[in-house]
Design a protein around this ligand. Structure first.
Ligand code: SAM
Length: 236
């Protein structure tokens, strides 16, 4: 049976490559005022490699905290990790942070939880702290897809627009930036990512639907696939 949780997003993909993490953290540092005394929270951190690397670069006094509903065996050792869903975290947490990052996770929450999140998030931010939300660019998305996957992805991007409107209601003066990463990947490696259902749009497909989709990718894409992985970054 297909899993309902994402386990392979950052499992040996371009999203966990050192080059991606370097570029991403460069963007983070440029758009925040982080220093060694900063406290960092990553909501939906996956394996926590991004904030782990940030810790190596900025040598934080406090280990950054990552929370996620999946506790990966190979998570980053440079972070503190809590296996908890975002809703429960907000009930239990008393700490405050200088950076709260939510990267490619907001679309996985239900709308009620998103509203609860934005009602409480400001309370756990230190003075001058920043909230950065990263989500797939809803315009001209270039993620390589097969037909059924594209339909699912488009549905999800449509829902993302609704989520962006909710965030905009809470933060009408938010800043919007883009983080674009140029991906160059062998088709075989991308197919392996598809097989492992790296993205949430793939989670509900049957084995057959996935194999048919992969056949489509084999025919429609060159041996080396090049595209831009485009994220919107909301700075609140
Ligand atoms: C697409 S992955 C992104 C991982 C990481 N932020 C990155 O960009 O590399 C989404 C992550 O959100 C987590 N997640 C989903 N729902 C969650 C919830 N309610 N509370 C906490 N984490 C959640 C998933 O387990 C998954 O690790």
């Amino acid at each position: 049976m297909a899993s309902t949780v994402i386990k392979n997003w950052d499992n040996k993909t371009w999203l966990s490559s050192q080059n991606y993490i370097n570029q991403f953290n460069k963007f983070l540092v440029k758009n925040t005022k982080l220093n060694s005394e900063s406290k960092v929270l990553d909501i939906g951190c996956g394996r926590g490699k991004i904030i782990g690397d940030l810790n190596s670069k900025l040598k934080f006094s406090f280990k950054p905290l990552g929370i996620d509903i999946v506790n990966h065996k190979d998570k980053d050792k440079r972070i503190n990790f809590k296996k908890i869903c975002v809703k429960d975290f907000f009930i239990k947490n008393n700490d405050k942070f200088d950076l709260i990052m939510i990267k490619q996770t907001i679309h996985l929450l239900n709308i009620n939880d998103i509203v609860i999140l934005f009602k409480s998030i400001q309370k756990i931010l230190r003075p001058n702290g920043k909230i950065l939300i990263f989500t797939l660019d809803t315009k001209k998305n270039e993620i390589p897809t097969f037909k059924k996957m594209k339909l699912k992805l488009d549905q999800s991007l449509k829902r993302d627009k609704k989520i962006l409107k909710i965030i905009n209601k809470f933060y009408p003066y938010m800043t919007k930036k883009k983080f674009i990463y140029k991906v160059k990947i062998r088709k075989n490696n991308y197919i392996r990512m598809l097989e492992k259902r790296f993205i949430s749009s793939l989670l509900t497909f049957s084995k057959n639907e996935l194999s048919e989709g992969i056949e489509e990718i084999k025919v429609n894409y060159k041996n080396i696939i090049k595209f831009n992985d485009k994220l919107i970054c909301l700075i609140l």
